[in-house]
Design a protein around this ligand. Structure first.
Ligand SMILES: Cc1ncc(COP(=O)(O)O)c(C=O)c1O
Length: 399
């Protein structure tokens, strides 16, 4: 029996694929600092669990395929607070932002059609696109140029008669880029000129530093019918395990298609939707100390990286990731060596090799993505350990 070619083509998560080696290192008594995965250590607000505890029912029944209406109302109220005009009927609840994105790819494209994505991009986009045989076409952005988007002509040269949309995460994973209002407008106008959808992945919306704010694609009023806004409670409220996301659109066809996809998988988990409503009802002040906490961590990590000999790293403006170019022959080999062969005072670090965040072959082979989701003491120590590792790595390669 053969399984389908497309299931064979599925990639294992590059963020998770080194986990068995980390587990082995831990069994050997090594302390592993996880810089590889965006699992925030911020406490999930207690209101989530309190709302679940207070819920009162005799049967835990199926929920509406649109999602629990009070949660959709709370998300609409949250959007209104940040100046966006999505109403309850424009919002469908999904199993995490991941399902929202997967649906968005499916809704925009027939098999073989294309979505443009600035690379490096969140590597799971591949896993979202592949089941629907959607082709991801990279728009190259590079570390040496602070991952800035190319000019309109370069960008538009990538558009073919098969291109159906542009997908972007803003603030971005993996490079932490925050697109300026100008860039967001530019993308919106390109989409309008070429009749493309915009899949706007804004799950890190609140995590912008240095006094910046992310411009939401949902504020591009001339383009609203082509914008598919994907959101999630995972990072916003440090509730990754709740698996609650949403898709919002002013385009009725998009919402109707999303509803049919929702009906096909029946509904999202009821208790998590109850908890998620309490999260979306939090005052906007909730984000202030969290943002400050991430900003402090970013500064510690980037200052340390920029002092390491041979390391190239731009200060990212948002999310909680950075890409760094390392003085190594191959970042994946280095990441494996860190887990298998290295320890400093009984400690090592786990990194995500960045090659898998690029679609263009041989890009990012000496780059890693680092997530700053550790407390400041651990993060400083992780940087000390990484610096020492880079000095000892046999495949060290100074440009
Ligand atoms: C850019 C981006 N989009 C979407 C997601 C998916 O989030 P979730 O499915 O946990 O809501 C993630 C998770 O890491 C992400 O980094």
């Amino acid at each position: 029996m053969n399984i389908s070619k497309r299931s064979v083509a599925l990639q294992a998560s590059p963020i998770r694929k080194l986990f068995p080696y980390a587990n082995e290192a831990k069994k050997r008594g090594v302390h592993v600092y996880h810089l590889n995965i965006g699992q925030p250590d911020v406490e999930t607000p207690q209101v989530f669990i309190e709302a679940v505890k207070k819920s009162d029912f005799s049967v835990l029944a199926y929920a509406d395929s649109h999602g629990w209406e009070p949660l959709r109302e709370s998300i609409a109220a949250y959007y209104h607070r940040i100046g966006l005009t999505y109403e309850t009927e424009d919002i469908i609840i999904t199993n995490g932002g991941s399902e929202a994105l997967q649906w968005a790819f499916m809704i925009c494209c027939d098999p073989g059609e294309e979505i443009l994505v600035p690379e490096p991009f969140y590597t799971n986009y591949r896993g979202f696109a592949l089941p629907y045989t959607v082709e991801l076409k990279p728009i190259p952005t590079r570390l040496e140029n602070a991952f800035a988007l190319p000019d309109d002509a370069t960008l538009e040269a990538q558009i073919t008669d098969k291109t159906r949309g542009i997908a972007l995460s803003n603030p971005g994973n993996p490079a932490g880029v925050v697109y300026s209002k100008d860039e967001v407008c530019r993308i919106a106008y390109i989409a309008m000129r070429h009749n493309l959808f915009i899949i706007a992945d804004e799950v890190y919306r609140e995590f912008c530093y240095d006094g910046q704010e992310a411009t939401s694609f949902g504020s591009m009023t001339d383009a609203l019918d082509r914008i598919i806004l994907c959101d999630s409670v995972s990072k916003r409220f440090s509730a990754c395990g709740a698996r609650i996301g949403s898709i919002a659109s002013h385009n009725r066809d998009v919402i109707n298609a999303a509803l049919k996809l929702g009906q096909a998988r029946v509904c999202c988990p009821t208790l998590e939707m109850i908890g998620a409503k309490a999260l979306y009802d939090l005052e906007p002040d909730y984000f202030i100390p969290i943002r400050e906490r991430y900003e402090r961590r970013r500064n510690i990590m980037i200052d340390a990286l920029q002092k390491m000999q041979g390391v190239l790293c731009e200060k990212p403006g948002g999310a909680f990731y950075a890409i760094a170019k390392l003085p190594v022959d191959n970042a994946e080999k280095f990441a494996l060596w860190l887990l298998n062969d290295f320890r400093e005072d009984g400690k090592t670090v786990m990194l995500a090799p960045a090659e898998h965040f690029y679609q263009t072959p041989n890009q990012g082979v000496d780059e890693v993505r680092l997530a700053y989701v550790l407390n400041t003491d651990d993060l400083s120590d992780a940087m000390r350990v990484l610096d020492s590792a880079l000095k000892q790595y046999p495949g060290r390669f100074l440009r």
